[in-house]
Design a protein. Sequence first.
Length: 360
Amino acid sequence: MIRFMNLAVTESERDSLIQVILQVFNHGIFINGPELTEFESKIAKFHNRKYANGVCSGSGALLYALRALEIGMGDEVITTSLSWIATANAIASSGATPIFADVDSDLNINIESIEKLITHKTKAILPVHYAGRVCKIDEVLKLAKENNLKVLEDASQAIGASKNGILAGSFGDVSAFSLNPMKVLGALGEAGVVLSDNKEIKERIDILRYNGTINKESCIAVSLNGRMDTLQASILLERLRTFTNIIEKRREIAYYYHKHLEDVVKTPLENEGEKNSWYSYTIMGEDRDYLQKYLLEHGIETKIQHPILMPEQIAYKGSKCIIDNAQKIVKQILCIPANEKITKNEQDYIIERIRRFYGK
Ligand SMILES: Cc1ncc(COP(=O)(O)O)c(C=O)c1O
Protein backbone atom coordinates (compact mmCIF):
# COMPACT_ATOMS: atom_id res chain seq x y z
CA MET A 1 0.00 0.00 0.00
CA ILE A 2 1.33 3.46 -0.86
CA ARG A 3 0.32 5.44 2.17
CA PHE A 4 -0.86 9.00 1.82
CA MET A 5 1.53 10.12 4.49
CA ASN A 6 4.16 8.42 6.60
CA LEU A 7 4.98 10.39 9.71
CA ALA A 8 7.49 7.95 11.21
CA VAL A 9 10.74 9.70 12.09
CA THR A 10 13.41 8.61 9.60
CA GLU A 11 16.64 6.95 10.67
CA SER A 12 18.62 9.92 9.39
CA GLU A 13 16.70 12.35 11.62
CA ARG A 14 16.48 10.20 14.72
CA ASP A 15 19.85 10.93 16.34
CA SER A 16 19.63 14.70 16.05
CA LEU A 17 16.12 14.75 17.53
CA ILE A 18 17.15 12.49 20.42
CA GLN A 19 20.00 14.89 21.18
CA VAL A 20 17.74 17.93 21.41
CA ILE A 21 15.20 16.04 23.50
CA LEU A 22 17.96 14.97 25.90
CA GLN A 23 18.99 18.59 26.36
CA VAL A 24 15.48 19.37 27.57
CA PHE A 25 15.55 16.31 29.86
CA ASN A 26 18.74 17.69 31.35
CA HIS A 27 17.66 21.27 32.05
CA GLY A 28 14.12 20.21 33.01
CA ILE A 29 12.35 23.44 32.01
CA PHE A 30 9.48 21.76 30.21
CA ILE A 31 7.34 24.90 29.90
CA ASN A 32 8.77 28.23 28.70
CA GLY A 33 12.22 26.71 28.35
CA PRO A 34 15.09 28.33 26.42
CA GLU A 35 14.26 26.32 23.29
CA LEU A 36 10.84 27.99 23.13
CA THR A 37 12.36 31.46 23.29
CA GLU A 38 14.91 30.52 20.63
CA PHE A 39 12.27 28.98 18.38
CA GLU A 40 10.06 32.06 18.69
CA SER A 41 12.94 34.33 17.83
CA LYS A 42 14.04 32.24 14.82
CA ILE A 43 10.58 31.68 13.36
CA ALA A 44 9.81 35.41 13.65
CA LYS A 45 13.11 36.30 11.99
CA PHE A 46 12.59 33.72 9.23
CA HIS A 47 9.30 35.49 8.41
CA ASN A 48 10.72 38.97 8.81
CA ARG A 49 8.25 39.51 11.64
CA LYS A 50 8.94 41.18 14.98
CA TYR A 51 7.15 38.79 17.33
CA ALA A 52 6.19 35.14 17.68
CA ASN A 53 4.16 33.35 20.35
CA GLY A 54 4.57 29.59 20.46
CA VAL A 55 1.23 28.03 21.38
CA CYS A 56 -0.43 24.64 21.85
CA SER A 57 -1.84 24.18 18.32
CA GLY A 58 -2.91 25.90 15.13
CA SER A 59 -6.44 26.05 16.51
CA GLY A 60 -5.13 27.80 19.61
CA ALA A 61 -3.03 30.13 17.46
CA LEU A 62 -6.13 31.24 15.53
CA LEU A 63 -8.22 31.71 18.65
CA TYR A 64 -5.56 33.68 20.54
CA ALA A 65 -4.89 35.81 17.46
CA LEU A 66 -8.58 36.68 17.12
CA ARG A 67 -8.84 37.51 20.79
CA ALA A 68 -5.67 39.59 20.68
CA LEU A 69 -7.27 41.57 17.84
CA GLU A 70 -10.19 42.13 20.25
CA ILE A 71 -12.62 40.32 18.02
CA GLY A 72 -15.57 38.75 19.80
CA MET A 73 -19.31 38.75 20.39
CA GLY A 74 -21.29 40.73 17.80
CA ASP A 75 -18.43 40.79 15.28
CA GLU A 76 -18.32 39.01 11.94
CA VAL A 77 -15.20 37.47 10.44
CA ILE A 78 -15.16 36.54 6.76
CA THR A 79 -13.27 33.40 5.91
CA THR A 80 -13.14 30.84 3.11
CA SER A 81 -15.62 27.98 2.90
CA LEU A 82 -12.89 25.42 2.12
CA SER A 83 -10.60 24.72 5.03
CA TRP A 84 -10.27 22.37 7.92
CA ILE A 85 -13.04 23.13 10.40
CA ALA A 86 -10.55 24.53 12.93
CA THR A 87 -10.65 27.83 11.04
CA ALA A 88 -14.39 28.30 11.61
CA ASN A 89 -14.27 26.87 15.11
CA ALA A 90 -11.66 29.40 16.18
CA ILE A 91 -13.84 32.28 14.96
CA ALA A 92 -16.94 30.90 16.68
CA SER A 93 -14.96 30.16 19.88
CA SER A 94 -13.88 33.81 20.03
CA GLY A 95 -17.59 34.71 20.21
CA ALA A 96 -17.63 36.18 16.69
CA THR A 97 -19.68 34.82 13.77
CA PRO A 98 -17.91 33.14 10.86
CA ILE A 99 -19.14 34.21 7.42
CA PHE A 100 -18.08 31.99 4.54
CA ALA A 101 -16.85 33.26 1.17
CA ASP A 102 -16.60 31.27 -2.05
CA VAL A 103 -13.40 29.85 -3.55
CA ASP A 104 -11.78 30.09 -6.97
CA SER A 105 -10.43 27.20 -8.99
CA ASP A 106 -7.05 27.67 -7.25
CA LEU A 107 -9.00 26.57 -4.12
CA ASN A 108 -8.33 29.89 -2.40
CA ILE A 109 -10.79 32.52 -1.22
CA ASN A 110 -12.71 34.41 -3.90
CA ILE A 111 -12.38 38.19 -3.60
CA GLU A 112 -15.73 39.26 -5.13
CA SER A 113 -17.63 37.11 -2.65
CA ILE A 114 -15.73 38.66 0.29
CA GLU A 115 -16.76 42.07 -1.00
CA LYS A 116 -20.42 41.03 -1.13
CA LEU A 117 -20.32 39.67 2.43
CA ILE A 118 -18.87 42.75 4.15
CA THR A 119 -21.32 44.44 6.54
CA HIS A 120 -21.03 47.00 9.32
CA LYS A 121 -20.39 44.07 11.68
CA THR A 122 -17.38 42.76 9.76
CA LYS A 123 -14.20 43.13 11.79
CA ALA A 124 -11.69 40.98 9.94
CA ILE A 125 -10.91 38.84 6.93
CA LEU A 126 -9.37 35.47 7.70
CA PRO A 127 -8.00 33.95 4.49
CA VAL A 128 -6.46 30.47 4.47
CA HIS A 129 -3.46 29.83 2.23
CA TYR A 130 -4.98 26.58 1.11
CA ALA A 131 -2.92 23.46 0.37
CA GLY A 132 0.30 25.47 0.52
CA ARG A 133 -0.56 28.16 -2.01
CA VAL A 134 -0.62 31.84 -1.03
CA CYS A 135 -4.11 33.26 -1.62
CA LYS A 136 -4.82 36.50 -3.53
CA ILE A 137 -3.43 38.29 -0.54
CA ASP A 138 -2.79 41.67 -2.24
CA GLU A 139 -6.49 41.94 -3.02
CA VAL A 140 -7.46 40.80 0.48
CA LEU A 141 -5.20 43.49 1.98
CA LYS A 142 -6.62 46.13 -0.35
CA LEU A 143 -10.19 45.23 0.53
CA ALA A 144 -9.33 45.21 4.23
CA LYS A 145 -7.75 48.65 4.00
CA GLU A 146 -10.71 50.13 2.12
CA ASN A 147 -13.11 48.77 4.73
CA ASN A 148 -10.98 49.26 7.83
CA LEU A 149 -10.75 45.54 8.58
CA LYS A 150 -8.03 43.45 10.19
CA VAL A 151 -6.40 40.59 8.30
CA LEU A 152 -5.56 37.36 10.10
CA GLU A 153 -3.82 34.85 7.82
CA ASP A 154 -4.36 31.17 8.48
CA ALA A 155 -0.99 30.02 7.17
CA SER A 156 -1.27 26.53 8.69
CA GLN A 157 -0.92 24.80 5.34
CA ALA A 158 1.57 27.22 3.84
CA ILE A 159 4.62 27.60 6.01
CA GLY A 160 7.50 28.38 3.65
CA ALA A 161 5.24 29.37 0.73
CA SER A 162 5.72 32.83 -0.72
CA LYS A 163 4.46 35.40 -3.20
CA ASN A 164 6.90 37.84 -4.79
CA GLY A 165 9.46 36.89 -2.17
CA ILE A 166 7.18 37.52 0.84
CA LEU A 167 6.39 34.50 2.98
CA ALA A 168 2.87 33.35 3.87
CA GLY A 169 2.16 34.66 7.33
CA SER A 170 4.06 37.91 6.74
CA PHE A 171 1.31 39.90 5.05
CA GLY A 172 -1.55 40.50 7.48
CA ASP A 173 -1.89 42.13 10.89
CA VAL A 174 -1.43 38.72 12.50
CA SER A 175 -0.87 35.20 11.24
CA ALA A 176 -1.49 31.78 12.72
CA PHE A 177 0.24 28.51 11.89
CA SER A 178 -0.41 24.94 12.84
CA LEU A 179 2.81 23.02 13.43
CA ASN A 180 1.20 19.63 14.00
CA PRO A 181 3.04 16.54 12.71
CA MET A 182 1.29 16.61 9.32
CA LYS A 183 2.57 20.07 8.51
CA VAL A 184 5.65 20.74 6.37
CA LEU A 185 7.30 22.07 9.52
CA GLY A 186 5.83 19.76 12.14
CA ALA A 187 6.37 18.96 15.80
CA LEU A 188 5.97 15.48 17.27
CA GLY A 189 2.59 16.43 18.70
CA GLU A 190 0.31 19.45 18.82
CA ALA A 191 1.93 22.86 18.32
CA GLY A 192 1.27 26.20 16.68
CA VAL A 193 2.59 29.74 16.46
CA VAL A 194 1.26 33.28 16.06
CA LEU A 195 3.31 35.96 14.26
CA SER A 196 2.84 39.71 14.31
CA ASP A 197 4.70 43.01 14.30
CA ASN A 198 2.69 44.45 17.16
CA LYS A 199 4.06 44.34 20.70
CA GLU A 200 0.61 44.69 22.26
CA ILE A 201 -0.66 41.68 20.35
CA LYS A 202 2.35 39.66 21.41
CA GLU A 203 1.90 40.64 25.04
CA ARG A 204 -1.84 39.92 24.97
CA ILE A 205 -1.17 36.44 23.64
CA ASP A 206 1.43 35.84 26.37
CA ILE A 207 -1.41 36.50 28.82
CA LEU A 208 -4.13 34.59 26.92
CA ARG A 209 -1.99 31.47 26.55
CA TYR A 210 -1.49 31.34 30.33
CA ASN A 211 -5.07 31.32 31.61
CA GLY A 212 -5.41 35.05 31.06
CA THR A 213 -2.93 35.79 33.82
CA ILE A 214 0.01 38.06 34.34
CA ASN A 215 2.71 36.13 36.18
CA LYS A 216 0.25 33.36 36.99
CA GLU A 217 -1.53 35.12 39.87
CA SER A 218 -3.38 38.12 38.51
CA CYS A 219 -6.09 37.08 35.99
CA ILE A 220 -7.12 39.88 33.64
CA ALA A 221 -8.88 37.90 30.88
CA VAL A 222 -10.92 34.71 30.68
CA SER A 223 -8.76 32.20 28.85
CA LEU A 224 -7.25 28.72 28.97
CA ASN A 225 -3.68 27.48 29.03
CA GLY A 226 -2.20 26.89 25.61
CA ARG A 227 1.55 27.29 25.66
CA MET A 228 3.91 25.32 23.45
CA ASP A 229 5.92 22.64 25.29
CA THR A 230 9.67 23.14 25.41
CA LEU A 231 10.07 19.61 24.01
CA GLN A 232 8.03 20.47 20.92
CA ALA A 233 9.92 23.74 20.55
CA SER A 234 13.24 21.86 20.64
CA ILE A 235 12.07 19.56 17.84
CA LEU A 236 10.76 22.44 15.76
CA LEU A 237 14.00 24.34 16.24
CA GLU A 238 15.94 21.37 14.92
CA ARG A 239 13.55 20.83 12.00
CA LEU A 240 13.52 24.52 11.14
CA ARG A 241 17.13 24.16 10.00
CA THR A 242 16.21 21.88 7.11
CA PHE A 243 12.53 22.24 6.37
CA THR A 244 13.04 24.25 3.19
CA ASN A 245 14.79 21.16 1.72
CA ILE A 246 11.52 19.29 2.24
CA ILE A 247 9.68 21.94 0.25
CA GLU A 248 12.23 21.63 -2.58
CA LYS A 249 11.78 17.85 -2.68
CA ARG A 250 7.99 18.26 -2.69
CA ARG A 251 8.28 20.83 -5.49
CA GLU A 252 10.16 18.28 -7.63
CA ILE A 253 7.43 15.73 -6.96
CA ALA A 254 4.73 18.27 -7.81
CA TYR A 255 6.33 19.27 -11.11
CA TYR A 256 6.77 15.62 -12.10
CA TYR A 257 3.08 14.96 -11.43
CA HIS A 258 2.16 18.05 -13.43
CA LYS A 259 4.20 16.92 -16.41
CA HIS A 260 2.58 13.50 -16.49
CA LEU A 261 -0.96 14.28 -15.40
CA GLU A 262 -1.89 17.72 -16.73
CA ASP A 263 -3.65 16.26 -19.75
CA VAL A 264 -5.97 14.03 -17.68
CA VAL A 265 -6.79 16.04 -14.52
CA LYS A 266 -6.50 19.63 -13.34
CA THR A 267 -3.12 19.88 -11.60
CA PRO A 268 -1.89 22.69 -9.34
CA LEU A 269 1.06 24.74 -10.48
CA GLU A 270 2.85 27.86 -9.28
CA ASN A 271 1.90 31.11 -10.98
CA GLU A 272 4.47 33.80 -11.77
CA GLY A 273 6.07 35.01 -8.51
CA GLU A 274 4.60 32.20 -6.40
CA LYS A 275 6.36 29.49 -4.48
CA ASN A 276 4.05 26.92 -2.98
CA SER A 277 4.94 24.88 0.06
CA TRP A 278 3.21 21.82 -1.46
CA TYR A 279 1.51 20.88 1.80
CA SER A 280 -0.72 18.67 -0.29
CA TYR A 281 -0.97 17.94 -4.00
CA THR A 282 -4.61 18.41 -4.88
CA ILE A 283 -5.81 17.31 -8.30
CA MET A 284 -9.30 17.97 -9.61
CA GLY A 285 -11.09 15.52 -11.82
CA GLU A 286 -14.43 14.13 -12.91
CA ASP A 287 -15.65 10.96 -11.17
CA ARG A 288 -13.49 11.78 -8.14
CA ASP A 289 -15.17 9.22 -5.86
CA TYR A 290 -14.66 6.42 -8.40
CA LEU A 291 -11.08 7.49 -8.91
CA GLN A 292 -10.43 7.40 -5.18
CA LYS A 293 -11.99 3.93 -4.91
CA TYR A 294 -10.05 2.69 -7.94
CA LEU A 295 -6.75 3.96 -6.55
CA LEU A 296 -7.42 2.33 -3.18
CA GLU A 297 -8.20 -0.98 -4.89
CA HIS A 298 -4.82 -0.65 -6.53
CA GLY A 299 -2.99 0.05 -3.29
CA ILE A 300 -2.87 3.85 -3.34
CA GLU A 301 -4.20 5.78 -0.34
CA THR A 302 -5.54 9.27 -1.09
CA LYS A 303 -7.37 11.92 0.95
CA ILE A 304 -10.01 14.54 0.35
CA GLN A 305 -8.93 17.70 2.11
CA HIS A 306 -11.61 18.70 3.07
CA PRO A 307 -14.72 16.78 2.00
CA ILE A 308 -17.34 18.96 3.73
CA LEU A 309 -17.41 22.70 3.20
CA MET A 310 -17.30 24.50 6.55
CA PRO A 311 -20.74 26.16 6.16
CA GLU A 312 -22.21 22.74 5.30
CA GLN A 313 -21.04 21.18 8.56
CA ILE A 314 -23.91 20.47 10.97
CA ALA A 315 -22.47 22.92 13.50
CA TYR A 316 -22.55 25.74 10.93
CA LYS A 317 -25.82 25.02 9.09
CA GLY A 318 -27.63 28.26 8.32
CA SER A 319 -24.47 30.39 8.33
CA LYS A 320 -24.23 33.27 5.92
CA CYS A 321 -22.18 32.14 2.94
CA ILE A 322 -21.52 32.28 -0.80
CA ILE A 323 -20.49 28.83 -1.95
CA ASP A 324 -21.61 28.37 -5.58
CA ASN A 325 -18.18 27.48 -6.91
CA ALA A 326 -17.00 25.78 -3.72
CA GLN A 327 -19.89 23.29 -3.93
CA LYS A 328 -18.73 22.18 -7.39
CA ILE A 329 -15.04 22.15 -6.48
CA VAL A 330 -15.41 20.13 -3.29
CA LYS A 331 -16.77 17.21 -5.35
CA GLN A 332 -13.69 17.16 -7.58
CA ILE A 333 -10.71 17.58 -5.27
CA LEU A 334 -8.43 14.70 -4.36
CA CYS A 335 -5.03 14.79 -2.65
CA ILE A 336 -2.62 12.17 -3.92
CA PRO A 337 0.54 11.04 -2.08
CA ALA A 338 3.15 13.75 -2.65
CA ASN A 339 5.19 13.98 0.50
CA GLU A 340 8.98 13.90 0.39
CA LYS A 341 9.11 10.25 1.42
CA ILE A 342 7.48 8.73 -1.67
CA THR A 343 9.84 7.11 -4.15
CA LYS A 344 10.08 7.69 -7.89
CA ASN A 345 8.74 4.18 -8.52
CA GLU A 346 5.74 4.85 -6.32
CA GLN A 347 5.11 8.14 -8.09
CA ASP A 348 5.32 6.47 -11.51
CA TYR A 349 2.86 3.82 -10.38
CA ILE A 350 0.40 6.48 -9.11
CA ILE A 351 0.68 8.34 -12.42
CA GLU A 352 0.16 5.16 -14.43
CA ARG A 353 -2.96 4.25 -12.44
CA ILE A 354 -4.52 7.71 -12.73
CA ARG A 355 -3.86 7.77 -16.46
CA ARG A 356 -5.33 4.31 -16.84
CA PHE A 357 -8.46 5.34 -14.91
CA TYR A 358 -9.05 8.11 -17.45
CA GLY A 359 -8.39 5.70 -20.35
CA LYS A 360 -4.94 7.10 -21.28
C1 LIG B 1 -6.00 25.50 7.52
C2 LIG B 1 -5.87 24.98 8.91
N1 LIG B 1 -6.21 25.78 9.94
C3 LIG B 1 -6.11 25.38 11.21
C4 LIG B 1 -5.65 24.13 11.53
C5 LIG B 1 -5.62 23.69 12.95
O1 LIG B 1 -4.36 23.36 13.39
P1 LIG B 1 -4.15 22.32 14.59
O2 LIG B 1 -4.50 20.97 14.11
O3 LIG B 1 -2.69 22.46 14.89
O4 LIG B 1 -4.99 22.78 15.72
C6 LIG B 1 -5.25 23.26 10.51
C7 LIG B 1 -4.72 21.93 10.84
O5 LIG B 1 -4.72 20.98 10.18
C8 LIG B 1 -5.38 23.69 9.16
O6 LIG B 1 -5.05 22.91 8.13
